[in-house]
Design a protein around this ligand. Sequence first.
Ligand SMILES: *Cc1c(COP(=O)(O)O)cnc(C)c1O
Length: 481
Amino acid sequence: MTDSVAATASAAYDSALKVIASVEPRIAEATRQELADQRGSLKLIASENYASPAVLLTMGTWFSDKYAEGTVGHRFYAGCQNVDTVESLAAEHARELFGAEYAYVQPHSGIDANLTAYWAILAHRVEGPWLKNVGVKNMNDLTEADWEKLRGELGNQRLLGMSLDAGGHLTHGFRPNISGKMFHQNQYGTDPATGLIDYDALRAKAKEFKPLILVAGYSAYPRRVNFAKMREIADEVGATLMVDMAHFAGLVAGKVFTGEENPVPYADVVTSTSHKSLRGPRGGFILATEEYAPSVDRGCPMVLGGPLSHVMAAKAVAFAEARTTEFQSYAQQVADNAQHLAEGFLKRDTNLVTGGTDNHLVLVDVSSYGLTGRQAESALLDAGVVTNRNSVPADPNGAWYTSGIRLGTPALTTRGFGQAEFDTVAELIVDVLSNTKPGTTKAGGPSKASYVLADGVADRVRAASAELLDANPLYPGLELS
Ligand SMILES: *Cc1c(COP(=O)(O)O)cnc(C)c1O
């Protein structure tokens, strides 16, 4: 952000806050406070980032007021010519950025993108062929008995995704999520010895289970995935390959993941968020081959409500930003910084799942400190370090208490953190972990939730982080009056 952009953005936010305060001052105050809190905390949440003022300002406009169900040039509402411009530009930028045949930028979030993709794949692979078999051209010609059969076909399909404790996402067939209920689901994990995806075991499971959809992608796996191998396995069993790159889209956009590590040339359908490593507005999008495009295009109204046109506009701005060489340097720095962070832990004898990282995240196994993930997360938060607890493979403490904490580098890299800063971050985290002891339950046994952080540690860690944060300000030059 140049000085003149920062000065203009300062004026814009100052004015906006005054307008908001004229109606509900407490919301203006909370908005100011959120900026102060974000500036003052060491944010290591792997799924978060800081979007640019250009992206954020784009969301606050009258596009929010427009209904635009349908697709570009084919809307169920009148007067959508400007939304058409916005949606076309966002899709064009997404296609160019990722080298995709087709892009759909309407999904409101990552989960919406996945649900849209699942139904698009069902429409393409199941409903289409079924209608052809029955010889029906128009859905309106189906009898009630036909509908019953079609529902049966759609509801009898299989999905194979990565298990939650190996780093997969809730929407990849986990039971509490609709994806685990709408499909017969099965899961692949990681090799217990290495923590890495075992492609041979995955192939064997796929051959036995014969999924309609193979889902690759993760939220907490600290390694790269070979999508050429995923494609091979999908082909061997006739599955559609769907890759959910919600977490690592920024590394694909920034050309850190190329060749077999880039999902776009290998997958039939790629889903993503736009707000994680990609550093855009909160939202989702889908890339697809020409073959799947017409089904994905049915997302609204098949699954989605009216598109958030103001967010589609902000996606266009963010995708344009991601097409610059500056963004490529940023993405490379995100990956380099994850290496530095991992090295900082390893040299301080701290266990990492898979022994390291080669993407943007590090999964610390805190069990050798005698702590659960929940205790570690809380003690770190007391010291101003924001992380989230996360299961490790075959976690003895389950998905609630867990044995790990997940750390990501995208947000602090946006602030300008590099090698020295991430080494200090590892040092501070180790300081907290090694000075935290589990608390006791009322019955006197060891607690999985309560903890005791030694006196003085939180203050010393806060002071050291404040130095790092002050030296690497968030939105430099942006001042509110
Ligand atoms: C974050 C995430 C999602 C969900 O994104 P939301 O925008 O929160 O709905 C989906 N899949 C993966 C792999 C994710 O990491």
